[in-house]
Design a protein around this ligand. Structure first.
Ligand SMILES: [Mg+2]
Length: 155
């Protein structure tokens, strides 16, 4: 299964309220990379990759794919693809239409998207893609994701 994760308020949360992974960014990169990674991300992604799932990032931010890859590599995480707003815009401009979803994982061959936004879930219903919503204050968010995946694999 191809699974994508949102960044803001999903993998990158406000460190004052949401526990984060111990910082593994080397000191010489810290001036450029200083974002917290949500606690549990490393274990969850490692587990999903061990099950054979392909992991990507899908963000509506303009962080460059290179930056995101490097940041995650500091934590030992390798992702298949990074889709940012620029890539999304370029790709979806091929489909003319008045209303386009803010994200369209299906257009990138992604089976399931993990996001904090209920709005993205509603778009999923409208445009036919699967979304599992995890709130920033969900301390067992990794279980929420694993449960959703096993539920969908059974259907
Ligand atoms: Mg978000």
């Amino acid at each position: 299964m191809r699974i994508s994760f949102d960044l803001d308020d999903t993998l990158i949360c406000d460190r004052r309220y949401v526990p984060c992974e111990p910082n593994r960014v080397p000191f010489f990169l810290k001036p450029w990379i200083n974002e917290p990674l949500r606690l549990g991300t490393c274990k969850l992604i490692q587990e999903l990759q061990q099950y054979g799932h392909e992991i990507s990032i899908y963000t509506t931010s303009y962080r460059s794919p290179c930056y995101v890859r490097l940041w995650l590599l500091c934590y030992g995480i390798k992702v298949a693809e990074v889709i940012n707003q620029k890539i999304h815009n370029t790709s979806l401009s091929r489909y003319p239409g008045d209303s386009l979803p803010s994200k369209n994982p299906r257009a990138f061959g992604i089976d399931l998207h993990v996001d904090d936004s209920e709005g993205v879930k509603l778009e999923g219903k409208k445009y036919g893609f699967k979304v599992v919503v995890v709130a920033p204050d969900d301390r067992s968010w990794n279980w929420t994701v694993l449960e959703a995946i096993s539920r969908w694999q059974k259907t």
